[in-house]
Design a protein around this ligand. Sequence first.
Ligand SMILES: [Zn+2]
Length: 313
Amino acid sequence: MCFILVIVLCMTGCARGTSEGTVPVTEKKAVSEDAAYEETSSTRESQPGSTQEEERSSETETESETQSVPDETGSESETQSTQEETTESTTEETTKEAAPAQKKLVVIDAGHQRHQNKEKEPLGPGSSELKKKVSSGTEGKTSGLAEYELNLILALKVQAILEERGYEVLQIRTTHDVDISNAERATVANEAGADAFIRIHADGSENPEVHGCMTICQTKSNPWNADLYPQSKALSEAILEEMGDATGAKKNKVWETDTMTGINWCEVPVSIVEVGYMSNPDEDRKLGTEAYQDMIAEGIANGIDRYFEEQEE
Ligand SMILES: [Zn+2]
């Protein structure tokens, strides 16, 4: 009798595992907290594809509009999101009991991919202005790296440090052979309920002398997510400071702009981290070394720590 029950329970668990890409966020969290890293990474790989499908099927954006208008009542999606929030807080309470530190979810996007996608998508939800889904990015002549390669190297290094420090991390991509638009990347972070969304990039300039690091967030008058400006700005400032300190690179600025699709679609705090100029021979050479990559990753992780410390104050 007991044996049969165990088998049934096991089968239920397995079935949940295979439909991972489509289950609510709360379940994703629960699974990845319990599971080994291998299982987490398979979750990650299955996620972008399913998200793309979800993205296409919800192109009218009714759901996100409903979420951003809290006064609207009676709609099905709102009821659902309330239920999800209830479940989530229960999950978090359980987590607090299990682990002394509160687990924050950081979603990391290694910018670009092996092949760009020239198709267009709206600059922000409902926008008539269109931008390329994913551009090709820059490349380093000295390091011999393409930007999409460097971005993923750094993303994985940041993940390792953050997980060691007790964060939960979700990667948008773990290979180069994906096709995930910038809006879709933001949607993954939104649906996961990211506490911070970190988009890793490297810069390029026609002027080979330009160097240093920079972070990017929306402006305080962003048409889609101005409400997230204070957090995104604080996150961007903290990362710029810590990354500059960790690497010794010039801290250029926090660039506030509403021209980034992957920021405009965000419903969570976001920062694009430009780690340096691959067009500057000296900086590019450093970017190609593991020692410097480790310093960048450490700096980004320190910045994330600092942001959450500041938020809690
Ligand atoms: Zn880039």
